[in-house]
Design a protein around this ligand. Structure first.
Ligand code: FEO
Length: 399
């Protein structure tokens, strides 16, 4: 018999786990997979909230059918149109052709443009309500968390918030579906990586959404990815509040691009000096080896950032260029930056990093070493000077 995943007596998790895809959005590594969460409410009327990515569509349709068992579905609520949630819409509508499609005025043009669907639409606004019988669905717009059309659905009888991408996580749901059934230590970085990678650009809209939803009494948070929150709601809301304010801890992320180890030596020198000056949380990444996903996640955690790049064709090393582009696009705020370079003749790495620093507008330490070929004593002395300034500024900010 098919498992039925009850959240309450009449609300079910009907989502799927994706353990096959390597890159979420074809970019972010997901070694622990991802869950696409969808929900079903069976009342006098039946409502389905969001769908799943189309690769798991068959299992998804079975999940619905195993509960409805021939009964028809009345409402399909689209909180978010990104195809990891809208990808099974066509199959859903084929199976339930009379279903009313519920969205807001920004949802429907996307529905038309992605899937050519324009019938049976029911437009809701902030404050609209749909009565399912015992359950009442209320809608709140949370634009740019994660797309412009994004809204949340609040079921006011069970006090359940269907939150879209907000409060989501990477990682599959391995048996447990609730936050107190899964290993949150195992998922800790998957939760922060999901925020920093996917929602991270939208700090201000996330703050607006948190303020808007703060008046609601919430007993369950059903996000589109990751565990269902019921035992750790204050903790996950506090994390989102901290992250979306770009609040960081005392520490330093050192990222180097080095072809033959010379620039890496300077990065190591800075790390050692930072530790001697009392900075304990140091994370060093080789930008050629570690995906931006993990580096960006650490940058969301720690105030200090040191970027070290050898020159390459008169510019930064390509992998460093890609990382700095991503950081600029995401508009991450409030960091303390140190930059340094290495060159064999004309240079270009440090010059390009200076341009990055001007664009991103982080407070930047004015000592900027640049070694010629292999670093010498004078280069290491400058690295130590950079580290000293970084450490003393971090102490000033946090002590
Ligand atoms: Fe999980 Fe923005 O989609």
């Amino acid at each position: 018999m098919h498992n039925q995943n009850n959240i309450t007596e009449k609300i079910y998790w009907i989502g799927t786990n994706d353990r096959r895809t390597h890159l979420f959005e074809n970019f972010w590594p997901i070694p622990k997979g991802v869950a696409y969460n969808s929900y079903l409410i069976v009342d006098e009327k039946v409502a389905i909230i969001d769908t799943v990515e189309r690769s798991t569509m068959e299992e998804y349709m079975d999940n619905i059918e195993s509960i409805l068992n021939g009964r028809k579905a009345d409402y399909f609520i689209i909180n978010h149109m990104e195809p990891d949630h809208s990808g099974s819409i066509r199959s859903l509508i084929e199976r339930y052709p009379d279903i009313q499609i519920v969205g807001n005025k920004k949802t429907f043009p996307m529905l038309q443009n992605f899937y050519g669907i324009s019938n049976n639409l029911l437009e809701v606004k902030e404050g609209s309500q749909i009565d399912l019988g015992e359950h009442k669905l209320n809608f709140y717009m949370i634009p740019m968390v994660h797309w412009p059309e994004t809204m949340v659905t609040y079921e006011s009888t069970t006090k359940t918030l269907f939150s879209g991408d907000a409060f989501g996580a990477f990682g599959t749901l391995d048996g447990g579906i609730f936050d107190d059934e899964v290993d949150l230590d195992y998922l800790e970085d998957e939760i922060s990586r999901y925020y920093s990678n996917i929602v991270g650009k939208y700090g201000r809209p996330t703050q607006t959404a948190l303020k808007k939803l703060s008046g609601l009494e919430i007993k369950l948070i059903c996000a589109t990815h990751g565990p269902i929150w019921r035992s750790h709601i204050p903790e996950i809301v506090a994390k989102y509040d901290k992250w979306s304010k770009y609040e960081t801890d005392k520490g330093c992320v050192i990222v180097f691009a080095s072809m033959y180890g010379n620039t890496e030596k300077m990065a190591d020198n800075i790390a050692r000096r930072l530790v001697k000056k009392g900075i304990k949380k140091i994370r060093i990444h080789d930008v050629s080896k570690t995906a931006p996903s993990y580096i960006i996640n650490d940058i969301f955690k720690y105030r200090g950032v040191v970027l070290a790049s050898c020159a390459y064709n008169g510019e930064m090393f390509p992998a460093m260029e890609s990382l700095t582009n991503e950081l600029t696009h995401m508009g991450i705020k409030d960091h303390l930056l140190g930059i340094l370079g290495g060159k064999s003749w004309g240079g270009g790495g440090l010059k390009a990093l200076k341009k990055f620093s001007e664009n991103i507008k982080w407070e930047t330490i004015e000592v900027m070493p640049e070694a010629l070929c292999a670093p010498k004593d004078k280069d290491f002395e400058m690295c130590e000077e950079l580290a000293d300034k970084m450490a003393s500024r971090l102490h000033e900010l946090y002590d």
